[in-house]
Each structure stands twice: as C-alpha cells, then as structure tokens.
Design a protein. Sequence first.
Length: 163
Amino acid sequence: MNAELIVFVVLAGIAVLGAVSLIVQRHPIRSALSLIVVMVALAGLYLLQGAELVAAIQIIVYAGAIMVLFVFVIMLLNAGEEERTNLSRVARYVGLPLAFFLMLQLAYWIGRGAPGHAAPAAPETTKGLSQMLFTTFVLPFELTSILILVAILGAVVLAKRES
C-alpha cells in the first residue's frame, strides 16, 4: 500500500464517521460540528485528487461560511436537544424494507452506469474551472446565492416571531 492510498482511506474513514456522527447526534450544535468534520475531510480528498481550487472553496465556503450560518441559525432559534421518539411498528415494517430496496436500487444503478449522455469534460485548470463557473453556470451559481439569502431571511423572521 502506498502513502496516497493510506491517506485516502484515513480521510474517507473520517468523512464516513463524521457523517454517522452527524446523523446520530441529538444536539444540533454537535451535528453541525460533525458536518464541519465531513467538509474538511472532503476537502482533503479533493486535495488528494489534485483539485486545489475545489478544496479551497470547500473549506472557505462550506466549512467556513455556511457552517457559521448553520450554527448562527441554530443558536438564533434556540434549538436544544431533541427528545427521542419510538418508531411505530408500521414505520419499522415499512421503513426497513423500503430502505433495503433503495440501497439495492442504488447498487444496481452504480453497477450498471447511469443512462444518458456522458458528462462534459471537466476543465483541467483552475482558470478553466472559474471561467466555466462564472460564464456557463452563472445562473445556478446566482440562484444558489439567492436561496442562501432567503434561508437567512427566513431564519431571522422565525426568530423574531418567537421573541
């Protein structure tokens, strides 16, 4: 095993453990911190693949700005630890087979390959990626910005209603 494979396995393991922690945590702040761990591990995986710009964006935008926003909203809404609820028998008997069926479908489609056209070739340089992002994909980029702004405004409105 070479060093690159070892680093990949370690980073992938950290990402998976962080994702599991994200799901099982009962306190929202701890879940947000687990999500930060996942984001940083993914940035490490991007670096391992030679995508320095994507790794930097992952750290600055997602692990930085978006997570600060999440933590701010959680604190603003004063969200605390949630109570555990017991699943009904119907939820168990329907949910578990449905989850198993969905996992089988996912494995089938991954093994078979997605139908349709091949994805366009990715730009090989940071300059090419930035040109593609701000010319070809400028509309989705701006729509994402507007969606984040609406989420911030919604959180502020909800917080003001409660106080």
